[in-house]
Design a protein around this ligand. Structure first.
Ligand SMILES: Nc1ncnc2c1ncn2[C@@H]1O[C@H](COP(=O)(O)OP(=O)(O)OP(=O)(O)O)[C@@H](O)[C@H]1O
Ligand SMILES: [Mg+2]
Length: 619
């Protein structure tokens, strides 16, 4: 007795539908892909009942003649694949010739189509994939396909469809994925008359499409990424670490325009962002990976959701390179800034910034993360003296890889012996977001990529004063306009003598002293910033810095005297906490400050604690 019987085409289609048509969203995907393959420039998706009751996909593509309109309902009928070899050069979304017959077999299906310029169109209607009714229809541009009562004839499948708006959400997401992959095509979707998605073609600025999908708030945070290598190109947009989601819903990867959800690709993106994001936050990235069709197998998953690259590693490296470049350049810090200002995006600044951030990232990787607390941040390497006390001195207690210092000890801005190029990148300080005061002294700020930045106002003031006094000294116009001061002080003989003999040198610095009889000296003027400073200790320190009588007043001596002044000015100003406005002004000044000349104490200006490190410690 014969045990084997050939399955009917209808049954085969239904079985195929089990793989191809999982839910309304898969119907939307398959039909829209066909519209894209037909070269459409606008695609509409209209849904009812979450897509279970009705899905209408209309396009303005090349349409079909009567023959194709009938044949497309037959299994393995495709216009996109002719030979086995074609399978390895797939450049269309579809290729199996399976979707339309599968969908038709599990729904009430109709299509209305016409070829360009035809006088008459074709309508084909059928239920459950059988007995197609083929009739003349008005000519039209493109094709409209209507799918009603999905799984009406497969109760078991229909039962598994989700209640509520779950199916609708999936269908909407299908539209979003297709729309993101094809910004040059207009996409419009509705559900029972309500707009779900609306985005005109936007080939010039695909960010508009991303904003349509993820919300307009995303737009200003998106930056282009690009890496073109032999055999693979990675392009797209990635959001700054300031714009994140609590889940991976803003992560989209497309391979040759096909949405894929590949663990390797997603992991590569997440790794690129890992030092920039807080725990539980996910980046927003829309990435197009284009490879030679021969270098990717899209035929490994029934819904074509996974792909296999012949050079998976090369693809991952290209993605990392594209994202790392953007993240290191941190364009969001310059976005919207005055192009001529310190945070501006002049090419030179951008290059400097990129270099500086690159150095930071490299060092962050090189440094060991587990050093015990507390650690001295003193540039001279001396042990912690008075951790977080009010006394001016090094900031202690935050062992972390910090930018622009030497490897092997905690680096920081403004060290006593900074290396060449050890300055912070342009606009760094202005971009800090002050959050509050720690220990009545240290300003805590949010820095690039969510880093915790601790600013020592004393060190910062010393640095800015030093810069302004040194610039004044270099300036042909002479010392800064002195402020009238006027006080008399009695000193030990040696000090009074040194001050009177060094009057000329002091005058160059804007400090005007006169003998006032005996060992008393009159201090008449001081440079700006030193008004109200502790005059006695200032003059004593200056006396020590001045050259002995008869010795030449060289630049080294002058610089030392300037350092003394800067230190005193900072001590005076730093005695009271800064107001918000003063802090802002100080941050602005720091961006213009010179970090190369050493300060008296060599104290660091800021410490940076990467968010990742904070998270690690918090665990
Ligand atoms: N909107 C449309 N406009 C023009 N032609 C279409 C349209 N939809 C389907 N077709 C034609 O019908 C054929 C069958 O479509 P179907 O989706 O079943 O197969 P496919 O797209 O070739 O492969 P796959 O099963 O992988 O999607 C297509 O090859 C195409 O020629
Ligand atoms: Mg198809």
């Amino acid at each position: 007795m014969a045990r084997i019987a050939r399955l009917s085409d209808v049954l085969i289609n239904k079985i195929a539908a089990g793989e191809v048509v999982e839910r309304p969203a898969s119907v939307v995907k398959e039909l829209v892909e066909n519209s894209l393959d037909a070269g459409s420039s606008t695609i509409r998706v209209d849904l009812a009942g979450g897509g279970v009751d009705r899905i209408i996909v209309s396009d303005d593509g090349h349409g079909m003649g009567r023959h194709d309109a009938t044949l497309c309902l037959e299994r393995h009928a495709t216009s996109k694949l002719r030979e086995l070899d074609d399978l390895f050069h797939i450049d269309s979304m579809g290729f199996r010739g399976e979707a339309v017959p599968a969908i038709a077999s599990v729904s009430r299906f109709s299509l209305h189509t016409a070829e360009v310029g035809a006088d008459v169109g074709t309508r084909v209607s059928l239920e459950g994939g059988v007995d197609p009714l083929i009739e003349d229809a008005p000519p039209r541009t493109g094709t409209v396909i209507t799918v009603e009562d999905l799984f009406f004839n497969v109760p078991a499948r229909r039962k598994f469809l989700r209640r509520g708006d779950t199916e609708l959400k999936h269908a909407e997401e299908a539209v979003v994925r297709l729309a993101l992959a094809n910004p040059e095509v207009g996409f419009f979707a509705t559900h029972e008359g309500n707009e779900l998605f609306s985005s005109a073609a936007c080939p010039e600025d695909p960010r508009e499409r991303i904003a349509a999908a993820l919300g307009p708030a995303a737009h200003p945070h998106l930056f282009p990424v690009e890496e073109r290598r032999l055999g693979v190109s990675v392009t797209g947009y990635a959001a700054s670490p300031e714009f994140t989601f609590p889940n991976a819903r803003g992560l989209y990867t497309f391979v040759n325009r096909r949405y894929v959800r590949d663990r390797g690709l997603i992991g590569t993106i997440q790794r690129a962002y890992q030092d920039f994001l807080a725990a539980g936050r996910q980046p927003v990235v829309v990435l197009h990976i284009d490879v030679d069709p021969i270098a990717v197998d899209v035929n490994v998953h029934p819904q074509k959701l996974e792909v296999r690259f012949s050079d998976a590693r090369g693809v991952q490296e290209a993605i990392s390179a594209a994202l790392n470049r953007m993240l290191r350049a941190a364009p969001w810090l310059g976005a919207g800034a005055d192009p001529n200002g310190p945070g501006g995006n002049q090419p030179r600044d951008a290059a400097h910034y990129a270099l500086a951030v690159e150095r930071f990232l490299t060092r962050a990787q090189e440094a060991s993360w587990g050093a015990p607390l507390p650690t001295t941040m003193d540039a001279a390497g001396s042990p912690p003296s008075s951790a977080l006390s009010g006394a001016p001195g090094p900031i202690v207690g935050i062992p972390s890889p910090l930018p622009f210092g030497a490897v092997g000890r905690p680096p920081a801005f403004g060290e006593a012996q900074p290396q060449l190029n050890e300055a912070p990148p342009p606009g760094y300080f202005a971009a800090l977001r002050p959050m509050g005061l720690l220990g009545g002294r240290f300003h805590l700020c949010e820095g690039p990529g969510g880093t915790l930045v601790v600013l020592d106002p004393h060190a910062a003031l010393e640095r800015t004063r030093l810069t302004s006094y040194l610039r004044a000294l270099d300036d042909a116009k002479g010392p800064p306009a002195p402020s009238l001061f006027g006080t008399t002080l009695e000193f030990p003989v040696q000090v009074a003598k040194a001050l009177v003999e060094g009057r000329e040198a002091l005058a160059r610095l804007g400090v005007d002293v006169e003998p006032f009889g005996g060992t008393t000296v009159a201090l008449k003027t001081v440079p700006p910033g030193l008004e109200g400073a502790e005059a006695r200790s200032l003059l004593e320190a200056l006396a020590r810095a001045l050259p002995p009588k008869g010795a030449a007043l060289d630049s080294v001596t002058l610089a030392e005297a300037v350092r003394v002044m800067a230190c005193h000015a900072a001590r005076k100003a730093g005695a009271v906490p800064l107001t918000d406005a003063q802090l802002r002004a100080l941050l602005g000044e720091l961006d213009r400050a010179d970090f190369h000349p050493p300060c008296i104490h060599g104290t660091v200006v800021v410490l940076e604690m990467p968010l990742l490190e904070l998270e690690r410690r918090a665990r």
